[in-house]
Design a protein around this ligand. Structure first.
Ligand code: HEM
Length: 266
């Protein structure tokens, strides 16, 4: 199963062009959802106005090489390793899910656009990437959703309570999980049985929810977060600090209470 391209088997019954159009429509849904989100929240307008305002209080003009250095460090640390999440389970779960999703999506595009015909000879690396990416996404997403969500981890809500904020993570887990189950059932060669078709339908619907729900979900954070991290680090380097005061020049004395329990109340 893990070395088989599930889309080239599907192409025996579904025209490849239909699968390719499905991917293109999903990409368009992401663009439209993000743009509507930007217009509705006015977050990008605020972001640029704030950056312009902060620039006025800069105490240093950064040279191009200094800017390149800040941006490169941000890409390597804040973005590629999501350092904002600190060192712990939250960051490990996010990295597992994030890189799993990246592998899963890249492999899906390659499998569907380059090796989709039933006669195609797919190099094993792409189906392996697709299956491993899906497994990583399910593991990372479930780790986060079952154990690390703030409302469960810090607010003692039961793990089965579902709210609108869970749309992104649940649709992400569902699309990878249903994709895996569909690929497995299809590889069993059940011929006229219904099982793989049902899971193919679940896989399609969960993708429609994931990519069609960008406006209502946290999907767009993967575009906003990198921009915000670059701006924050540039503001620190030029001294404007987003108009925030510098850290106090005093010893860090928080009293004995700080040691009583791990900080986990948000
Ligand atoms: C393919 C790219 C990415 C995927 C699939 C992804 C996935 C996720 C998921 C599933 C969540 C949990 C959402 C929830 O609160 O329900 C999340 C939260 C988060 N993500 Fe991402 N993410 C991606 C990129 C990024 C990037 C590039 C950054 C930072 C630069 C980032 C920073 C965060 C932060 C700070 C949270 C909040 C975590 C928490 O509440 O503990 N993500 N991400």
């Amino acid at each position: 199963m893990i070395t088989t391209n599930p889309f080239s088997i599907l192409a025996e019954t579904v025209p490849p062009i239909l699968m390719q159009w499905f991917v293109i429509i999903m990409a368009m849904l992401v663009i439209v959802g993000t743009l509507v989100d930007i217009i509705h929240k006015k977050n990008v307008k605020y972001f640029f106005e704030n950056a312009k305002k902060a620039k006025l209080s800069a105490i240093k003009t950064l040279s191009t090489s200094e800017k390149i250095s800040v941006v490169s460090k941000t890409i390597i640390s804040d973005i590629a390793t999501t350092s904002e999440l600190g060192a712990g389970q939250r960051r490990a779960a996010h990295l597992l899910g994030m890189y799993g999703t990246i592998l899963f999506w890249i492999a899906s595009i390659i499998l569907i656009f380059c090796y989709v015909n039933p006669s195609s000879n797919t190099p094993s690396i792409w189906p392996i990437m697709w299956h491993v990416g899906a497994i990583m996404t399910v593991l990372g997403g479930s780790w986060f959703w079952f154990f690390l969500r703030v409302d469960v981890y810090s607010e003692a809500q039961p793990w089965y309570r579902i709210i609108k904020a869970d749309l992104f993570v649940l649709a992400l887990i569902a699309s990878s999980l249903f994709g895996l189950i569909w690929s497995f059932l299809q590889s069993l060669n059940l011929n006229d049985r219904w099982d793989d078709k049902v899971f193919l339908a679940f896989y399609v619907v969960s993708n429609l929810v994931l990519f069609g729900g960008v406006y209502w979900s946290k999907f767009a954070h993967m575009f906003y977060k990198p921009g915000a991290a670059i701006q924050k680090n540039l503001a620190e380097a030029d001294g404007s600090r987003d108009n925030l005061p510098p850290p106090a020049d005093a010893p860090e004395q928080f009293g004995p209470g700080i040691k009583r329990e791990e900080p986990k109340h948000y």
